[in-house]
Design a protein around this ligand. Structure first.
Ligand code: SF4
Length: 371
C-alpha cells in the first residue's frame, strides 16, 4: 500500500473520504491528478524545501548521530547515562518487508542489550490500515538505556525562541503519532513489551541558523485520535469493489473521463482538506457547486443537523421547509427574523420570532447570506 505517515495522518483527519482512501491505496499521484483535472494543487513541499530538509537532516545525523542523541538525552532522558559509544545497526535489506523485519530484529537486540543507547536511522515499520499493510519510515528511532523507544522527527521549519509554527508542529505530531502506533505493534510482539514513549523529539533549525535544536512533543492525544480514526477507515478493497467497471485514475486520460472517474467515488470535502490533500481545489469546487454545507466547515455542518445543503438552510430560514421543532430550523428562523428586523428597524414586525417567516415583512431578500 503506497501510504506514508503524512498520508495516513491526513486520512485519519478525514476518515470518511473514500476518494482519498482509494487514490492513496492505489498509489495515484494526487498532485498530477489534480493538475490533469484542471485544479492544480497548492499543497506539498517544493523541491527547494525538500533539498534544504535533507541537508538539515544529514547535519543532525552526522558523526553517528552524536548531536541527535545528545538532544534526546537532554530533552527526554537526562537521568540516563550520556550517549557515548551508541550503536547504530545496519538496517539495509531487500524490499519493504525485508527492511521491516530487519528493523524489528534490530529493535529486539537493542532492547535486550540494556544499558546503552542505540540509534536506528530510517527504520522501516509496518502498520495495518484497513486490511492492508502500510510501510512507514520515520527519520529515526532511539532505544534508551532502559530499553524504551522514542520516535524522532526532523523538520526544516525553524524553531524561534524555542517555539515553532503551531500548525506545522501539529502536523509533525500527527505524523509522529502514526509512527508511535506502528512501533507499538512491534513492541507488542516482544516479551516483555518495551515501553514506546508518547513524548517524541521534534528537531528543527534553531532561529535563523542551521544549528539543530529540539523540543519534546507529547503525542498522546494525536495517537488516540489517529488510532480511532484509522480503525474507522473503510477497507480499500470494499471501496474498489463498489467502483464501476473500467474506472481508471490515470492523469493521461482526457479530462472529462478523468473527472467522471474521480466523481464516481464519494468525497467528504471540508476546508481542512486545503492543508492536507492535493485534490482540495477540485473537491472544493464540486462541493460548492453542489451547495454542500460541509464546504463551510465541519462545525457548521454539525450545527445544521439534517440540513445538508445551502438551499435547505435558506428554505428553512424562510420558513418554506424544515420541521420547526428541529433546533437547527428554529435557530435559523430566529436568526433570519432578527436579521430582518435589524435591517428593517423602521417597520416593526407584528410576528413572533418563533413563527415561520411569511416573507411579508421584512423584504424577501432579508435572510442570512449563507453564500
Ligand atoms: S480534498 Fe477531496 S479527496 Fe482529498 S480528502 Fe478532501 S474530500 Fe477527500
Amino acid at each position: 500500500m503506497a501510504l506514508d505517515a503524512r498520508a495516513l495522518a491526513a486520512l485519519a483527519a478525514n476518515p470518511g473520504c473514500k476518494r482519498r482512501a482509494i487514490l492513496d491505496g492505489a498509489g495515484v499521484d494526487k498532485a498530477a491528478l489534480a493538475g490533469a483535472l484542471g485544479s492544480p494543487s497548492a499543497f506539498g513541499q517544493s523541491q527547494f524545501a525538500l533539498t534544504r530538509g535533507n541537508a538539515f537532516e544529514a547535519k543532525v545525523k552526522a558523526d553517528g548521530g552524536a548531536e541527535l542523541l545528545r538532544l534526546v538525552h537532554e530533552r527526554l532522558d537526562p537521568a540516563a547515562p550520556p550517549p557515548v559509544d551508541a550503536s547504530a545497526p545496519e538496517l539495509a535489506a531487500i524490499g519493504p518487508e525485508g527492511r521491516t523485519a530487519r528493523t524489528a530484529l534490530a529493535l529486539r537486540e537493542a532492547t535486550a542489550a540494556t544499558g546503552g543507547w542505540t540509534l536506528l536511522d530510517h527504520p522501516m515499520l509496518a502498520l495495518d490500515v484497513a486490511g492492508s499493510a502500510a510501510f512507514l519510515e520515520p527519520d529515526a528511532v532511539v532505544v534508551h538505556p532502559d530499553g524504551s523507544w522514542t520516535v524522532v522527527e526532523i523538520k526544516s521549519f525553524p524553531m524561534l525562541d524555542g517555539s515553532a509554527d503551531p500548525a506545522k508542529v501539529g502536523a509533525a505530531a500527527r505524523q509522529a503519532a502514526v509512527y508511535v502506533l506502528a512501533l507499538e505493534e512491534v513492541a507488542a510482539r516482544l516479551d516483555p513489551p518495551p515501553r514506546v514513549r508518547h513524548r517524541v523529539l521534534l528537531v528543527c533549525p534553531k532561529d535563523f541558523s542551521n544549528l539543530p535544536t529540539a523540543s519534546a512533543v507529547d503525542v498522546r492525544k494525536q495517537r488516540a485520535v489517529t488510532s480511532r480514526q484509522l480503525s474507522r477507515l473503510t477497507r480499500v478493497q470494499d471501496i474498489a469493489d463498489a467502483l464501476p467497471d473500467g474506472v481508471c485514475f490515470s492523469p493521461e486520460l482526457p479530462v472529462e473521463q478523468l473527472t467522471a472517474a474521480v466523481e464516481s467515488v464519494a468525497a467528504t470535502y471540508a476546508p481542512d482538506c486545503l492543508a492536507a490533500c492535493e485534490l482540495a481545489f477540485h473537491c472544493r469546487d464540486r462541493s460548492r457547486a453542489a451547495g454542500a454545507v460541509t464546504s463551510l466547515g465541519r462545525s457548521v455542518r454539525a450545527e445544521l443537523g439534517a440540513l445538508t445543503t445551502v438551499d435547505d438552510v435558506l428554505a428553512a430560514a424562510r420558513g418554506e421547509a424544515g420541521d420547526p421543532r428541529d433546533p437547527a430550523v428554529a435557530a435559523l428562523r430566529r436568526a433570519a427574523w432578527l436579521r430582518a428586523e435589524a435591517l428593517d428597524a423602521a417597520a416593526p414586525r407584528a410576528e413572533s420570532p418563533d413563527a415561520p417567516w411569511t416573507g411579508r415583512t421584512p423584504a424577501a431578500g432579508a435572510v442570512p447570506a449563507c453564500r
